[in-house]
Design a protein around this ligand. Structure first.
Ligand code: KIV
Ligand code: NA
Length: 265
């Protein structure tokens, strides 16, 4: 199998071939997602919500991200694997940022790291890039800053924030990031950023004018049930399937249908 590389992703943008990206947090799911042919697997800090049940992405630790990341990397044969640097491991101190990124790369064997922010974290981004570690940027709605926004609503609807976002996107491209995620912004702005940058721009709630799309796996499979933003298309109702199967099992145990003659020694 030919592995997806950052170089191949930029070729895809040149060709106008859209890039597919989903999250995964464990070995079993990552194997399935990779075998289905996804281009990029993101070990997102959304693991904090989806795997651990926290309200926000803030509590997840570097050690926990490394546990999820190394599990995913063991499963993946084709996709490019990107791991989120969690809150508090790269902001404000570029030396600490580099150490965090080095730990991720050494202890998981992932392909790249992702950081939220533009100008505020550019020193950290530069330092990580100078160590030869590929970096994916993340602008627009940045869930690690939820306490600054106070809401998960659409970002950059106003001129000032849109201009800062465009400026940050160019800053990240100039620094050497290989791609950028744009989360929950107007479609017109997403399209504009994608057309002004040479590197691929991957959107989540950023419209169809960007170079690729990303969703949280458990959301698009319909495992999570409460979270229903407009940008989320559900490709399955796995919650119902899982509850149905578990319900049937319980019934069979209670009725002594399971195990039958052939299912014992
Ligand atoms: O953590 C995550 O799942 C993400 C994606 C939503 C881009 O950062
Ligand atoms: Na994230």
């Amino acid at each position: 199998i030919k592995r997806v590389t950052t170089h191949r992703l930029s070729e895809m943008k040149l060709r106008g071939e859209k890039i597919s990206m989903l999250t995964s947090y464990d070995y079993s799911m990552a194997s399935l997602v990779d075998e289905a042919g996804i281009d990029i697997i993101l070990v997102g800090d959304s693991a904090s919500n989806v795997m651990a049940g926290h309200e926000t992405t803030l509590p997840i630790t570097l050690d926990q991200m490394i546990y999820h990341g190394s599990s995913v990397v063991r499963a993946v044969k084709r996709a490019l694997v990107v791991i989120d640097l969690p809150f508090g491991t790269y902001q404000g101190n570029s030396r600490e940022a580099l150490n965090s990124a080095i730990r991720i790369m050494k202890e998981t064997a992932a392909d790249a790291v992702k950081l939220e922010g533009g100008a505020e974290i550019i020193e950290s981004t530069n330092r990580i890039l100078s160590a030869g570690i590929p970096v994916m940027g993340h602008l627009g709605l940045m869930p690690q800053s939820i306490h600054k926004y106070g809401t998960y609503t659409v970002r950059a609807k106003e001129e000032e924030e849109a201009e800062k976002l465009m400026h940050d996107a160019k800053l990240l491209e100039e620094a050497g990031c290989f791609a950028i995620v744009l989360e929950k912004i107007p479609a017109a702005l997403g399209k504009q950023v994608a057309s002004e940058l040479k590197i691929p721009v991957i959107g989540i709630g950023a419209g169809g004018g960007v170079d690729g799309q990303v969703l949280v796996l458990h959301d698009m499979l319909g495992i999570t049930q409460k979270f229903s933003p407009r940008f989320l298309r559900r490709y399955h109702n796995l919650a119902a399937e899982i509850k149905g199967a578990v319900g049937n099992y319980i019934e069979d145990v209670k009725s002594m249908d399971f195990p039958n003659e052939k299912e014992q020694y």
